[in-house]
Design a protein around this ligand. Structure first.
Ligand code: FE
Ligand code: CA
Length: 524
């Protein structure tokens, strides 16, 4: 359980007084609603966010939580009506849409609004109002109309933001950028502490309960730089392992936890994630499907994957050590075609989406490294990491064979998880460096989370000729500018993520030309 903030009898008295419910018609039936409260603390302390944009709208998010670290957020056990506004201007003089949503206690008083009726490819400002409280405003851009030619689209791609490993200066720089969409590929929160602690969060020990996971999300969301990044642009987030537990696979933990207990823990973690993320999946109670697709006009189809929820257990890996180990590539279970990283349904959804695409580019956004990455163990023998696509080579082969068979020219994958930048050629046959490059892969470094061993990474590069570039020394993210002719990719790096005022620079620049898979290095 999180450490409880001191009980405040004055505030509790106020809340009791405020739970004078009124009957309001909502969704066709009377609901018991809290009367418009007069707040003694700002209920919008966790900020605002938007996400999963469409040509005509997006999801708006906030959470009423005057005491974000309390199990009830400092809210009474009753639904509260929250008003929202979407405007064409920052002063909210020209309102495009407005409405009322319910913040319900069973959802931690989180609010998800699916706004529709907006114009495509346009910037909007939004905010929430409740009683006398007004939230900060956020900014979002709707997507272009489907199938319309588009001159350019700007993406930012980020992952791995351990709160204790650094400051969120990266988010301050992301907020200052001009991004049509921010992809967050997971490890948005970390369930545990490891490595050196540059700063501390509110609770130690493993997270187990819904209250634990809610408190962890609330703590992260109290960060002003993270709030700024959410307010600055629409996001499309997916989760990875640390939103639940390190290196878990499907319904199996890696720390030896009893399967029934782990299932409950995973459900609590998913629920807390959905409560705190601006995603359409959160609009329906109990829905945990987060793989989804966006059309960026005729320019690109963007496929977001979930490689955690449906994956088979890591091959040849004991399930009680807390992590997925490096394994012998010859381990027979590894290559079993019945094992899938994505699950059969998601694989077929992805293959179908690629086959149906008529867009210039196909972007795959997923959690980790697709390309093989062989290293040498201490005994000199080859090994691969069981948690990445290397642990599920049949899924990788099926995908790359499918792309090759479709003759889809412009497939680019974005990944994260490994706390290092990687730029890779995804080959028809990785054993043959002369074989065709089928797709291009960019993996972003971590925003803050500790890096690995640079010497070991460099030593492994000759074993992996399809890896054009790899560097784990910088914390950072990826910015990509997509046009019909090319994709320009900047690897953005912080000078020192351990300081709050870290500065950013472009570490490397790459280009992918239309019709020609594989990244070309260009100089910053
Ligand atoms: Fe991570
Ligand atoms: Ca991860």
């Amino acid at each position: 359980m999180p450490r409880q903030p001191p009980f405040d009898p004055v505030r509790r008295r106020w809340l009791r007084g405020a739970v004078a419910v009124t009957a309001l018609a909502c969704a066709g039936r009377p609901q018991r609603l809290l009367a418009p409260p007069s707040w003694s603390d700002d209920p919008f302390r966790l900020g605002v966010a938007s996400g999963d944009p469409a040509p005509d709208g997006a999801v708006l998010w906030t959470r009423l939580a005057p005491q974000p670290l309390w199990p009830d957020g400092g809210m009474p056990p009753a639904p509260v009506a929250v008003h929202w506004e979407v405007a064409e201007d920052a002063a909210f003089a020209r309102i495009a849409r407005r409405g009322t949503a319910l913040a319900r206690p069973e959802r931690a008083h989180a609010v998800h609004v699916a706004v529709a009726g907006l114009a495509p490819r346009r910037e909007y400002h939004y905010r929430f109002l409740c009683g006398e409280a007004v939230s900060r405003s956020g900014r979002l851009r709707t997507l272009p109309p489907p199938h319309l030619p588009l001159d350019a689209f700007r993406l930012a791609v980020a992952s791995c933001q351990h709160y204790e490993h650094g400051w969120f200066a990266a988010h301050r720089h992301l907020a200052a950028g001009d991004h049509d969409l921010v992809l967050h590929l997971g490890d948005y929160v970390y369930e545990g502490s490891f490595g050196e602690r540059v700063r501390r969060h509110e609770q130690d020990g493993p997270l187990r309960s819904l209250a634990d996971y809610r408190a962890r999300h609330a703590w992260y969301k109290l960060d002003p730089d993270l709030q700024a990044a959410h307010a600055a642009a629409a996001w499309a987030p997916i989760w990875d392992d640390h939103e639940v537990a390190n290196d878990y696979a499907g319904e199996e933990a890696m720390d030896g936890e009893d399967p029934a207990l782990f299932r409950a823990r995973r459900a609590a973690a998913y629920r807390a994630w959905l409560e705190h993320m601006p995603v359409r999946a959160a609009l329906a109670d109990g829905n945990t499907r987060i793989h989804r697709r966006f059309a960026l006009g005729a320019l690109a189809d963007l496929h977001l994957l979930d490689d955690r929820q449906y994956r088979a257990p890591q091959a040849c890996a004991p399930r009680d050590r807390g992590y997925a180990p490096d394994i012998d590539p010859a381990c027979a279970e590894r290559t079993d075609p019945a094992r899938s990283l994505l699950g059969a349904a998601q694989e077929s959804w992805l293959h179908g989406g690629l086959a149906a695409s008529s867009a210039r580019w196909n972007l795959i956004a997923q959690q980790t490294l697709i390309a093989p990455f062989q290293t040498r163990g201490e005994d000199g023998r080859a090994q691969v990491w069981s948690d990445a696509w290397d642990g599920y080579p049949a899924t990788r082969e099926r995908l790359l064979r499918h792309i090759a068979a479709l003759r889809l020219p412009n497939v680019v994958s974005f990944g994260g998880d490994v706390h290092a930048f990687h730029v890779c050629d995804l080959k028809a046959d990785f054993a043959d460096p002369a074989s065709a490059t089928v797709a291009t892969e960019f993996v972003t470094s971590s925003l803050t989370t500790d890096d690995g061993d640079y010497a070991a990474l460099q030593a492994a590069l000759p074993l992996n000729p399809h890896v054009r570039y790899a560097d784990c020394r910088s914390r950072g993210w990826i910015e990509a500018r997509l046009t019909p002719q090319r994709m320009d990719v900047h690897l953005r790096a912080l000078d020192d993520a351990r300081t709050p005022d870290a500065q950013v620079f472009t570490l490397r620049q790459f280009t992918v030309e239309d019709g020609s898979a594989g990244a070309q290095s260009s100089h910053a």
